[in-house]
Design a protein around this ligand. Structure first.
Ligand SMILES: [Zn+2]
Length: 297
C-alpha cells in the first residue's frame, strides 16, 4: 500500500501520528500535541519551523528539526506539489505535556503510549461496567482487593486469555479455593493454640424462615467463620444449644478455648451454665452488642 510505504520512508512519521486513521490530513505532533491539517508535509513544516502558514513547534528537538529539514531539502523536487496544497488553518490544539525529557525517543514513546493506554483503559472499563450492570454485581466489589488482583492477573497474562468457564468456576476453581481457605484456617489454628481463642455463636433466621446458627472463632489474628448449622429441625432448648456449643468446643480443642460468646437468649444462658459446669476452664460471656441492643429496644 502506497500510504504505508510513504509512512515508512518519510521520517516525519517518526515524530507525528494520526489520531484518527480515517483522516490522513489531521496529523498530531508528538512533541507538543498540536494537530496540523495539511498532512505529514504541513506537520514537518510545523516542526522544522519558519514556514508560512504554520506555527513553529516550540518543543521539537534540534536534531529532529535538522533531520526533517534535510529530508525536505532532498525532496525539493516535490516542492511544487507542496506549494499547490491549499492553505489549511492550523487548529490550535496545544495540550500541555510534561517537560521534554532528555531522551526524546523515550518521550515520544511515552506520549503515544499514554494516549493508547487511555483509550484502551476506557474501553476495558466500559466492558467491566457493562458486566457489573448486566449481572447485578454490587458496586462494592470494585473496592475488593480481590477485584484488583484479578484484573492485574489478566494483565499479566497478556492478550487472548480464555476466561474461566461455567464448569471451571463450579468445580476445579472452587475446590482449589476451599483448599486455600483451609490453609488459611490452619494458620489460625496455630494461633488458637498459642494465644487461646474465643468461640462466637450467633443464631439468625433466614428469609426462607430457616434457623441458622453460625460458629466463629476469634483470636489475635482475626475472626474466622468455621461453620453454619441449620437448626430449623429442632427446638432451641438450652440442652440442645449446650450440645451444639459443646461439640464445637470439642472441635476447636478445649485447651484452646478461653471463652464462649453468644447472645443473651434464655437457651444460651442455660447452655452457658451447662458448659461452664462441664468445662471449668472456660467462660460463657453474653454478647455485649446484643445486650446493648436489648437495652436500647
Ligand atoms: Zn509540535
Amino acid at each position: 500500500m502506497a500510504s504505508d510505504n510513504g509512512r515508512r520512508k518519510d521520517p516525519g512519521w517518526k515524530y507525528n501520528y494520526l489520531a484518527n486513521v480515517e483522516d490522513k490530513n489531521a496529523v498530531t505532533c508528538l512533541f507538543c500535541n498540536k494537530v496540523t491539517k495539511g498532512g505529514i508535509h504541513r506537520a514537518k513544516q510545523h516542526q522544522v519551523g519558519n514556514f508560512k502558514n504554520s506555527t513553529k513547534c516550540l518543543k521539537c528537538p534540534d536534531h529532529v528539526r535538522e533531520e526533517l529539514a534535510q529530508y525536505m531539502a532532498e525532496k525539493k523536487s516535490d516542492k511544487e506539489n507542496y506549494d499547490k496544497m491549499p492553505d489549511f488553518d492550523d487548529i490550535d490544539n496545544m495540550i500541555e505535556i510534561e517537560d521534554v525529557d532528555d531522551d526524546e525517543g523515550k518521550m515520544k514513546q511515552t506520549n503515544i503510549n499514554d494516549k493508547l493506554d487511555k483509550e484502551k483503559r476506557a474501553q476495558a472499563c466500559q466492558y467491566i461496567g457493562r458486566l457489573f450492570y448486566l449481572a447485578g454485581i454490587p458496586f462494592n466489589v470494585a473496592r475488593l482487593d480481590e477485584f484488583k488482583w484479578a484484573i492485574e492477573a489478566i494483565g499479566q497474562y497478556g492478550p487472548n486469555m480464555k476466561p474461566p468457564n461455567y464448569h471451571e468456576l463450579r468445580v476445579p476453581i472452587l475446590k482449589k479455593e476451599v483448599a486455600y481457605t483451609n490453609e488459611l484456617l490452619s494458620n489460625h489454628k496455630q494461633d488458637w493454640k498459642k494465644y487461646g481463642c474465643s468461640i462466637m455463636s450467633d443464631g439468625w433466621t433466614s428469609r426462607t424462615n430457616k434457623t441458622l446458627i453460625n460458629f466463629l472463632v476469634n483470636c489475635p489474628s482475626g475472626t474466622m467463620f468455621v461453620k453454619s448449622i441449620d437448626a430449623s429441625s429442632f427446638m432451641k432448648t438450652g440442652e440442645k444449644t449446650f450440645e451444639l456449643l459443646d461439640t464445637f468446643v470439642e472441635q476447636i480443642g478445649e485447651a484452646n478455648v478461653v471463652q464462649v460468646v453468644s447472645d443473651n437468649g434464655s437457651n444460651y444462658v442455660l447452655a452457658g451454665k451447662l458448659l461452664e459446669a462441664k468445662r471449668p476452664n472456660l467462660y460463657w460471656t453474653p454478647c455485649a452488642a446484643h445486650c446493648i441492643d436489648l437495652i436500647l429496644e
